[in-house]
Each structure stands twice: as structure tokens, then as C-alpha cells.
Design a binder for this molecule. Structure first.
Ligand SMILES: CC(=O)N[C@H]1[C@@H](OP(=O)(O)O)O[C@H](CO)[C@@H](O)[C@@H]1O
Ligand SMILES: [Mg+2]
Length: 560
């Protein structure tokens, strides 16, 4: 590092002293905290983003959001060149940077890291970082801090893309690095045109009735509602009524949004008895999660149609289209591509969804919690579909399969345009364009759900009845040190402390179809307990017993 670079870093970093007595960590969702202490962190992540751009010789994304957290929080995360999450190898460096005590310490860390990673400051390709933020009031000043961080690396360019959903920024980064058009208009254009293409290919006679054509969306008083309002103007159908768009004075994530609806299982603010029976959906604060729901007649309760059911719907549709594509007819076998389709879940997926997917003949795999793990696993398939129960998920298509599919679509279009096989090829291609392959995206996911329901001729009631969720309970337990729990097998088995898993097993054995696991949260200082059984009482009772065991082994009264 030359002297000019070193003194620039020293000078700018002295304007962003780190908060005292706080240890920050780059968790599953980047850094998150009360917005008032984040300026220094965001400035430092700006530096990190510029270094990542130099290392990969690609465009990098920096998003300022705290998703479903309360409005006074904020956060920052990086999008890698593929549009996915920051590579896990760099997370320890992110932690070290954020926690460096003073400018000298910060510069020493950067020098060491740059050497270790063999990053060249004077390369032909300057660093370039795309910036986005959600609607939080703290976003503007944090964006300035990020810009300062980026421009502390000589020659680096920061491009402010404005207020965006998290998936929009990830999409833009991916598109830029593929040499494609990458503005917000391009994003809307791609989503709306591929959606229209799917709608044009709907089999005749499978339109749902008029009442079923209306969709009501809770925008969490965040960026998603605002963007959806723009997107819907580019579509002829369905009729989308956006509530909680943030324009009516409601507070971001307060009594609204996908996280609230999924965790509390009640209607969001702005929904009520007049919505009973209608198709409703909810986005989270940065629009990377999506759940559907049905308002029940009593007590503001809902029937939740969660990420597992969205996954099931997508998997059924893709499997059906692949089967049509591969019906051989009179053709030669060499046009056949055995596409490998896989679905990926976490231990939080409802057991009934996993049973259902397996009964459909699908290959179901499990990873630890956190989309970076699910995404990585799904990328191993020709078509990999992943979802967390909370509504974050997407579909990934391998380059090899897409190449074949495009060629096949062209071939079928010239030989047998309008044939069932040709339509199946076009539908799958449209899905690959509609769905955001960078990261889970509530807006593109919503359009795909809508297109598939229309295609199947299904109301939300029919979709919801694909299988019945097993009753479940989630609890949180505060412990002395949550890292004392170590798990294996996609977090389903405790390997440390000794004896805890055996004790949990003994509890589970008391309940027919009982299932329970515990794991340290990656975003909160707690242990999460999950329990499932055939009745709600049994699930509650199993959950409580297991929570007591966790407290006995690791709680404040334990000897650890
Ligand atoms: C049970 C649950 O919903 N866990 C969430 C939550 O992680 P925890 O590590 O469980 O705190 O936040 C993650 C980031 O948003 C999300 O990926 C994950 O699904
Ligand atoms: Mg989110």
C-alpha cells in the first residue's frame, strides 16, 4: 500500500470512530444494530466492498437495511459478484474491520489482509460498488458513510442506486457482472415481460373465478409495497391491492410484514373481517421474504401459507413442466436432458411439507439455517429450489441446463410451435427470467405464485390444502453462553454439551410423530427451540419440556 492510500485511510477513518463497548459480528444477514451506532461500521463495510471489488475484478453491492427489524435499527450487507451473499471466507475479516479499535489498527488490518489475499490497488480495473438502501430514515446518513468508505480506496467508484428492495440490488449486481442491462427499469421490464409470457401460456379453461383474481398485499410499510405499486402498473392482471405501502402513515414492520404474520399468525394492521376468504400476501421490510395467508372469520387469526407451501407449489409446477418437456412422442431420444431437480429446506420446514415433497418423488435436502447455506446447496442441481419456512427462497437454474433449454426451445419453436413440449420449454425459460436467481425476492416470487395458481386454476384454498401443517411451537431460551451448544446434521442433533441430545430424545419419544431440535440463533443471543407433534397441545408441551432441558443444562441456574 502506498503512502497516499495509507494517509487517505487514516484521515477518513478518524471521522468514523467505532462505538465503545460494542462487539459487532457479520451474521447471517450482515451487521445489524441500532442505527445510531452504525456509521463507523457502514463506513468500514464500504472499504470492505471496494476491496472485494478489487479482489474479484467485478462489481460488488452494498445494501443498507435491517429487513424486518424495528425502524430504529439498521444494517449493512454485501452482495458478491454472482449477486449472492458475501463469501463466507471474508466474514472473519468483516468482523475484524468492524471491531478495529482505532485508525492505526484498522489500517494495519487492511494491510495484512490485502497482502494475504494478494489484492492489487493499482490494477487496470478500478473498484466499483453499487449502493442501495431501504426506506429507513437513518438510511441517508449511513449511505454517506458507505460512500466515504468506498472512496477511501483510491480510484474506487460508488454508484448510488437509490431506495431499493434488497433483492433488486442483488439482481443489479448479478446483471452488471453478466454484462446485462441492470437499471431498475430493466428489473421491472424483465419481471413483467416474463410474467406476461407465463400468463400467455396458461392452458385454456384454467382461469380462476373473478373473486379469486384479486390479491391483497401487505407491504410492511416498507420499500416493497412502494415498488410493487410501480410494478403492478406494468401488468394487466391480477388485480393487486397494496396496503401498508408506507404512504398511509404506518410504521415500518410495526404490526405488519411477513415476519410478523409468520411468527404471530395474526392479520397485519389494515386487514380485517372484510378480507375473509380473499388471497392475501405479506412482504417483509426489505422485500426478500414472502408469505401468503387467508383471513379467518374469528379473532384476527389467519391460515398461514408459508415458505414451505410456496416451495411445494414451485416444485410441483417445475416438475410438471419437466415431465411434459421430456415426453418423448415419436422423437429420437437424443433430445432428452435428464435435468436434476432438487429441493432444499432447513430443519424449521414443517414435517408435513417434507413428507409431501418426498411423496411427490422429489429429492429433499437439508442445510443449516441461513440462506447462504440453502443457496449453495440448491446451486448443485440443474434446477434447485430452496425456501426457509419464513418465506425467503428462490429457484436456481444451472448455466448448462439453461443453455440446453434455450436451444431446445428454439428447436421446438421451429419444428412444432404451439406443441405441449414447446410450451413447457417456454414456460421454464420464462420462470428462469421471472425468478430472481441472485437471492430470494418477494416481488418476483409473488408474480410466480400468481402465474402458477392461474396455470393450475387453483384458488388459495386449494393450494393451502396440498397438505396440512403439523402443529408446531417455537420458543427462545436465554442461556449463559449460546456457543456452548454445538450441533450436527443440519442442526438437528446436539453434539455438545454431552447428554443434552439423549435427554431431548427421551422427551420426543413420549409424543407420536414428535420432532424437536435446539440450536443457537445466528442473529439473537438466545437458543431457539422447535417442536412439532400431532396436536397443538402436544407440540406446546414438547417445546416446553425441551426448553426446560436447555435451561437445566445451560441456563443461569446451571453449573456451566
Ligand atoms: C428460525 C428463523 O426464522 N431463523 C431466521 C433467523 O436466523 P436465526 O439464526 O434463527 O436467528 O434470521 C435469519 C436471517 O434473516 C434467517 O435466515 C433465519 O431463517
Ligand atoms: Mg428481509
Amino acid at each position: 500500500m502506498n503512502e497516499e492510500q495509507r494517509s487517505l485511510l487514516l484521515k477518513t477513518s478518524s471521522r468514523f470512530p467505532p462505538p465503545q463497548g460494542v462487539k459487532l459480528s457479520y451474521g447471517t444477514a450482515g451487521f445489524r444494530a441500532d442505527a445510531s451506532i452504525l456509521e463507523s461500521t457502514v463506513y468500514r463495510v464500504g472499504i470492505l466492498a471496494a476491496l472485494r471489488s478489487l479482489k474479484t475484478k467485478s462489481v460488488i453491492g452494498l445494501m443498507i437495511t435491517a429487513s424486518h427489524n424495528k425502524v430504529s435499527d439498521n444494517g449493512v450487507k454485501i452482495a458478491d459478484p454472482s449477486g449472492g451473499m458475501l463469501t463466507q471466507n471474508w466474514e472473519p475479516f468483516a468482523d475484524a474491520l468492524a471491531n478495529a479499535s482505532d485508525p492505526e489498527d484498522l489500517v494495519r488490518l487492511i494491510i495484512e489482509f490485502v497482502k494475504k489475499e494478494n489484492i492489487h490497488f493499482e490494477g487496470a480495473c478500478p473498484a466499483e460498488v453499487l449502493l442501495g438502501r431501504d426506506t429507513r430514515p437513518s438510511g441517508g446518513s449511513l449511505l454517506e458513510a458507505a460512500k466515504q468508505g468506498i472512496s477511501s480506496i483510491v480510484g474506487a467508484i460508488a454508484l448510488d442506486m437509490g431506495v431499493l428492495t434488497t433483492p433488486q440490488l442483488h439482481w443489479m449486481v448479478r446483471a452488471r457482472n453478466k454484462g446485462m442491462k441492470a437499471s431498475e427499469v430493466d428489473y421491472f421490464e424483465q419481471l413483467s415481460s416474463s410474467f406476461r409470457c407465463l400468463m400467455d401460456l396458461i392452458p385454456e379453461g384454467s382461469k380462476i373465478n373473478e373473486m379469486g383474481d384479486k390479491l391483497i398485499v401487505d407491504g410492511a410499510n416498507g420499500v416493497g409495497g412502494e415498488k410493487l405499486a410501480g410494478l403492478k402498473n406494468m401488468l394487466n392482471s391480477p388485480v393487486i391491492d397494496v396496503r401498508n405501502s408506507g404512504k398511509e402513515g404506518g410504521v415500518l414492520n410495526e404490526g405488519v410484514g411477513a415476519d410478523y404474520v409468520q411468527k404471530e399468525k395474526v392479520v397485519p394492521v389494515g386487514f380485517g373481517p372484510s378480507d375473509v376468504g380473499l388471497r392475501c400476501a405479506s412482504l417483509d421490510g426489505d422485500a426478500d421474504r414472502l408469505v401468503y395467508f387467508l383471513v379467518l372469520p374469528k379473532d384476527n387469526k389467519i391460515d398461514l401459507v408459508d415458505g414451505d407451501k410456496i416451495l411445494s407449489l414451485f416444485a410441483l409446477f417445475v416438475k410438471e413442466q419437466l415431465a411434459i418437456l421430456n415426453t418423448n412422442g415419436n422423437e429420437k431420444i437424443n433430445n432428452y436432458y435428464h435435468a436434476c431437480l432438487g429441493v432444499v429446506q432447513t430443519a424449521y420446514a414443517n414435517g408435513a411439507s417434507t413428507d409431501y415433497l418426498k411423496k411427490q418423488g422429489l429429492e429433499v435436502l437439508f442445510t443449516p439455517t441461513g440462506v447462504k447455506y440453502l443457496h449453495e446447496k440448491a446451486a448443485e442441481f440443474d434446477i434447485g429450489i430452496y425456501f426457509e419456512a419464513n418465506g425467503h427462497g428462490t429457484i436456481l437454474f444451472s448455466e448448462e441446463f439453461l443453455c440446453w433449454l434455450e436451444a431446445r426451445d428454439n428447436e421446438l419453436s421451429s419444428m412444432s410451435k404451439g406443441s405441449e413440449q414447446q410450451k413447457a420449454a417456454s414456460r421454464l425459460l420464462a420462470v428462469s427470467k421471472l425468478i430472481n436467481q441472485a437471492v430470494g425476492d418477494a416481488l418476483s416470487g409473488l408474480l410466480l405464485v400468481e402465474a402458477i395458481l392461474q396455470h393450475m386454476g387453483w384458488s388459495i384454498h386449494i393450494w393451502n390444502a396440498l397438505y396440512q401443517d403439523l402443529p408446531s411451537r417455537q420458543l427462545k431460551v436465554k442461556v449463559v453462553d449460546r456457543t456452548a451448544i454445538v450441533t450436527a446434521n443440519a442442526e438437528t442433533v446436539v453434539v455438545k454439551p454431552p447428554g443434552l441430545q439423549e435427554a431431548i430424545n427421551a422427551e420426543i419419544a413420549k409424543y407420536p410423530q414428535g420432532r424437536s431440535f435446539v440450536r443457537p440463533s445466528g442473529t439473537e443471543d438466545i437458543i431457539r427451540v422447535y417442536a412439532e407433534a400431532t396436536t397443538q397441545d402436544a407440540a406446546d408441551s414438547l417445546g416446553n419440556s425441551v426448553a426446560r432441558l436447555v435451561d437445566k443444562f445451560l441456563g443461569f441456574g446451571s453449573s456451566s
